[in-house]
Design a protein around this ligand. Structure first.
Ligand SMILES: [Fe+2]
Length: 239
């Protein structure tokens, strides 16, 4: 299974899985970007999987669905509010793309219907806007408790899991991290973290995927108490 990363809109990263000439599309916030890519690489899309309902994750769904006649999957919660969704997925259920099976994890907090897609065999997870490298999604629909519990579910996965997040905010998150490093100190030095970001960006302008290991060592939102989580989430919103 090959994972393609496509920079799109202002800060989004779209993901497309490829196996045997077939493709699976995650969160298409813009159909044109994906259609050009599919054409260029001669890939046949088979389905669209959504992590949540925000416009930058779904804007391209209807165009792609009508052009390729493919099914759309989301959480059960989002399937009730998005008319173009064909199948609602429950937390704990499994869904496959060719030889890879993905388990659905409840990631509500940033959005009430947000889910993650975890493939244990390939050690990958698609988290939507639950977490970004060195940061996390804003609390837009769910409660702080929801979000904190969702992050705790992510923390339980194997440390070598690659995390595919949906926005490139890593450098900005690093600048914020510097302002709270005394309150929630990272395990690596700030110099090491900056060097790591630059290394990840060496050939493309984005840092995804990260690893759970790196985030557990350095992401303040995974390294704090619930009280600190509420506080630093607020500070980040105002920063
Ligand atoms: Fe979002």
């Amino acid at each position: 299974m090959k994972i393609h990363r496509l920079p799109a809109l202002e800060t989004n990263i779209f993901y497309l899985l490829e196996e045997d000439g077939k493709a699976l599309i995650f969160d298409p916030g813009d159909a044109d970007v994906l259609q050009s890519f599919l054409k260029e690489h001669n890939l046949k899309p088979e389905a669209i999987w959504l992590t949540h309902h925000h416009w930058d994750h779904i804007n391209g769904v209807e165009q792609l669905k009508s052009h390729y006649d493919i099914p759309v999957y989301s959480s059960v919660f989002d399937s009730k509010r998005l008319s173009f969704v064909d199948h609602g997925l429950k937390a704990g259920s499994e869904i496959s793309f060719h030889s890879n099976s993905f388990k659905i994890i409840d990631f509500k907090g940033h959005a009430k219907g947000q889910i993650g897609y975890h493939c244990e065999k390939s050690r990958v997870i698609f988290v939507g806007d639950l977490l970004f490298s060195l940061g996390c999604g804003r609390l837009l629909e769910g409660t702080a408790e929801d979000h904190f519990e969702s992050l705790n579910r992510l923390k339980k996965l194997p440390r070598d899991t690659k995390i595919y997040f949906a926005h490139e905010y890593t450098q900005t998150n690093f600048e914020f991290l510097k302002t709270i490093a005394e309150q929630v100190p990272p395990e690596d030095s700030l110099e090491q973290i900056q060097a790591h970001i630059l290394w990840l960006k060496r050939d493309q302008e984005f840092t995804s995927p990260s690893t759970l290991d790196f985030e557990l060592r350095n992401n303040p939102f995974l390294r704090c108490s619930f009280q600190d989580f509420v506080e630093i989430r607020k500070l980040r919103d105002l920063w």
